[in-house]
Design a protein around this ligand. Sequence first.
Ligand code: NOJ
Length: 504
Amino acid sequence: MPDEPWWKSAVIYQIYPRSFADSTGDGVGDLEGIRRHLDHLEWLGVDAIWLSPFFRSPMADFGYDVSDYCDVDPLFGDLDAFDRLLADIHGRGMRLIIDWVPNHSSSEHPWFIAARSSREDPKRDWYFWRDPHPDGTPPNNWKQAFRDAPAWTLDPTTDQLYLHLFLPEQPDLNWGNPDVEAAMHETLRFWLDRGVDGFRMDVIHAIGKDPALPDDPPEVAALPHSSLNDTPFTHQLLRRIRALLDSYTGDRMSVGEVFLLDTAKVGTYLRDQLHLAFNFPPLFTKWRSYRWAKQLDDAAAYIEPNGWPTWVLSNHDVVRHRTRYGSEDRARAAAVLLLGLRGTPFLYMGEELGLENADVPPDRVVDPGGRDGCRAPLPWDRSRGHGWGEPWLPFPPDAAARSVEALRDEPESILHLYRELLAQRKASPALQLGDQERIEVADGALAWERARGDDRRVVAVNFTDEAVAVPNLQGTVVVSSDRLGEGETFTGTLGPDQAVWLRV
Ligand code: NOJ
């Protein structure tokens, strides 16, 4: 689409590198594994890849604890492997965005090792250090994520506590120190100069702390503090990050993880700040028409005035939506919904296979946040190892039947449905960039029209397992979640769990 930045019409596919493809047989995915499987993504029709962290890391939080922002962890390859991957992605006309983790480093980052070595160290102020209260309690009531415990850990060498909104192995960087800001800008430049098309920015809403580090209000004091942060300082920092990205040619972009479960607040991170922001209320919304109606209306009310929406059903932090919604039929309808919405859709690797969360027995649990089930490796083929060495996590259920190889052989599979949706979306200006207007239909269903110029599509989704009459919807079926009746005139009734795109 000329005149519009690529990321507005793109479908972006998230790869969790540990679990995508293993080229070495060590049971952990790697960059070369990704490169060797780009055919799958090209065949599927995705426009861009978001790669979760592959940087040097002690892996306390599986890569979201970075000990060198400008290098590849040997587990995943090296910078040459990264350059080869990026060149191959670009050679196929796709884009690459990478994860940037600016709120905290690893406790093994040289910056933190220096900071904790002495109270006088020049890097001391790159992190947050405080004395406990006289009664020994922590400096404030903030809670860390994943555990019911304070966001503070005592460092015995210098006898002060440091702040960490996540694990103790993830100390928070002090963006109030201009040297931190400059150093982190350098890490962006490092990857921009290498040619990446943008960044997914981890817990970006938390980077600008109020230097007073005030207590959380009592009603939320039991929640992880990262989900509450929203300071004017963060917005200032984001404007400077935006200026940096925009100083490069080629539409470099940012998509921020603004983990505030309030769409109105998410909207305030756009305009001259982030290019895109994840809006997570839909991710936590039940499969009910009236709840989704509210999500569409909220995006229109709060995101649209400031920027362009995004839509996500699954990622590496939450139970897969195939499991949450409870059936393959709903997962298929959800794909028709997701790819029919106005905004940039993000797919999480494996949703195109209809993968469920893996069952992870207690002795194989590795993640401190209990998220292993959605991070299970992608099954590539029907063979016993599904294309992997002994994998770091168990496979999702029915891995042979759900493998890429098996589903490609089945023309009616969810994999082919995704491919068809992506192709139809790419062929339709209305679906890619068109306006969106809701159409009132019977309870249990949701419908909207997308329009751009002469191109018009109607999207209709039945959220129930009974047929719903929608007599006011007319058109020719372009795609149906059950793949029946393509090219036919729509009958005015949505079957159980059926979702359709109609050409009007
Ligand atoms: C959000 C990431 O998606 C999650 O995986 C990680 O644990 C936290 N941020 C901390 O970096």
